[in-house]
Design a protein around this ligand. Structure first.
Ligand code: 6PG
Length: 477
């Protein structure tokens, strides 16, 4: 019987949990996966809910009321294409395909155009929150035709996280806007995770060896610091899970599990795409770039190991003259988080203008407050900043953050000086302080760059004392 209201292709952890969430919200749901074990798991976990699993695309399509709403939650890349091609012969004009994966936004633009030629509507949708979010309420960033969105909004808003009764799901813009916003979300996620890792490294190493009996600070002690921070202005999902992860014991060895995990970070590409897109837009996002860079360096473990024995250590703990303590690191982290959001939102603002996404920053801050990986108390202030000034080009200029950042810059500086003086890499903190220093410098040394360009390539320059374009014929005279 064609009475299901929502279909899902891909019953991996994300797809299954999202579909169970749909069913739990009272919508009749049907899921398809080639893998029988995944279908069985859906049926088991969905016992008592209006959800069923089917073994082929034709049955999935035949089970759905028209116009059909079919979401796919499959790995980004060629699999998305093959699912679309598998579905297409069974669909009718007016049906809607929703791609809820982390697809690269140019692919979404191409797929929307392709499907439109076949009369099929397509929504590129960013879903954040991991498996727990998918099951209990993710943050959902929807891109595409607003009229199509209205046909799926009751379901997507119902399953999303809620903050003060407001859904963390919204139509953010046309075309690939949903996947673009999700990509930038992930870029901010990369920066926040790297900053947390650097703060952890400093806390771990900054315990004066004498008072710690020659040992570094324990992960349990650092977990307590993060838990304390989570009760204050740093309140956020990533700080919370950091404190929980640091307490976890490895059942095999009895050691702290974090200490048993190899220090090479993986990545699936969304951080790198953010950096690439920012370069194309001409928007500086150095904290996000640094986070991508540090994942790349972390992956080169063998090379790092070899070089660590070739380069003598620099400096010694404790570093008295930097006054580095927990409060300073907390302040640096808080300010760096604000700067990371500032970089992401500046990028969204530029993309909105260049790609005609018509992004609403207030709405984006609103739906990032709950459900997603970068949810944080600070997003409430960010939302207020954009409510006051919808066209704000950079959050660092907002009265909501200006004074705080101005004061916090000193703590960021202390952290970076301390880290550099003892050879602890703090790439994201360094990028952040330099981002703030650069954007608050009336004068940068770019005059010298212009002189060099004119010297070797007659690229011309402008002058400080009068209008016009100038070239110096003979720099050596
Ligand atoms: C989310 C996450 C999710 C995923 C990342 C991980 O918002 O729920 O961002 O999409 O965990 O893609 O990315 P990396 O594998 O690149 O770290």
């Amino acid at each position: 019987m064609a009475n299901a209201e929502f279909g899902m292709v891909g019953l991996g952890t994300m797809g299954r949990n999202f579909l169970l969430n749909v069913a739990e919200n009272g919508f009749a749901a049907v899921g398809y996966d080639l893998d029988a074990d995944k279908r069985d798991l859906l049926e088991q976990e969905g016992a008592g809910l209006p959800v069923k699993a089917v073994a082929d695309v034709a049955t999935l399509v035949a089970s759905l009321e028209t116009p059909r709403r079919i979401m796919m939650l499959v790995p980004a890349g060629p699999i998305v294409e093959s699912v679309i091609n598998e579905l297409l012969p069974h669909l009718e004009p007016g049906d809607i395909i929703i791609d809820g994966g982390n697809s690269h936004f140019p692919d979404t633009t191409r797929r929307e155009t392709f499907l439109k030629e076949h009369g099929i509507a397509f929504l590129g949708v960013g879903v954040s929150g991991g498996e727990e979010g998918a099951r209990r309420g993710p943050s959902i960033m929807i891109g595409g035709d607003p009229a199509v969105y209205h046909r799926v909004s009751p379901i997507l808003e119902a399953v999303s996280a809620k903050i003060n009764g407001e859904p963390c799901a919204a139509h953010v813009g046309r075309g690939s806007a949903g996947h673009f916003v999700k990509m930038v979300h992930n870029g901010i996620e990369y920066a926040m995770m790297q900053l947390i890792a650097e703060a952890y490294d400093l806390l771990r190493r900054s315990e004066p060896p004498a008072s710690a009996g020659g040992q570094f600070a324990s992960n349990d002690a650092i977990a307590e610091i993060f838990a304390e921070w989570n009760r204050g202005r740093l309140n956020s999902f990533l700080i919370e899970i950091t404190s929980i992860a640091l307490r976890k014991t490895d059942l095999e060895t009895g050691n702290s599990l974090v200490d048993m995990i190899l220090d090479t970070a993986g990545q699936k590409g969304t951080g790198k795409w953010t950096s690439q897109a920012a370069m194309d837009l001409g928007v500086p996002i150095p904290a996000i770039d640094s986070a991508v860079t540090m994942r790349q360096i972390s992956a080169q473990k063998a090379f790092r190991e070899k070089q660590s024995s070739q380069f003598p250590p620099i400096g010694n703990w404790p570093i008295d003259n930097c006054q580095l303590d927990e409060k300073v690191i907390e302040s640096a982290l808080h300010n760096a988080f604000i700067a990371a959001y500032a970089q992401g939102f500046a990028m969204l603002q530029a993309a909105s203008d260049e790609m005609n996404f018509e992004l609403d920053m207030v709405e984006i801050a609103k739906i990032w407050r709950g459900g997603c990986i970068i949810r944080a108390a600070t997003l409430e202030d960010i939302r207020a900043a954009f409510s006051d000034e919808p066209k704000l080009s950079n959050l660092i200029a907002s009265p909501h953050f200006r004074d705080e950042l101005a004061a916090g810059r000193e703590d960021l500086g202390r952290v970076v000086v301390a880290a550099a003086s003892v050879g602890v890499p703090a790439m994201a903190f360094a990028a952040t302080i330099n981002y703030l220093n650069a954007f608050t410098s009336e004068r940068l040394p770019a005059n010298l760059i212009q002189a060099q360009r004119d010297y070797f390539g007659a690229h011309t320059y402008q002058r400080t004392d009068r209008e016009g374009t100038f070239h110096t014929d003979d720099w050596e005279e």
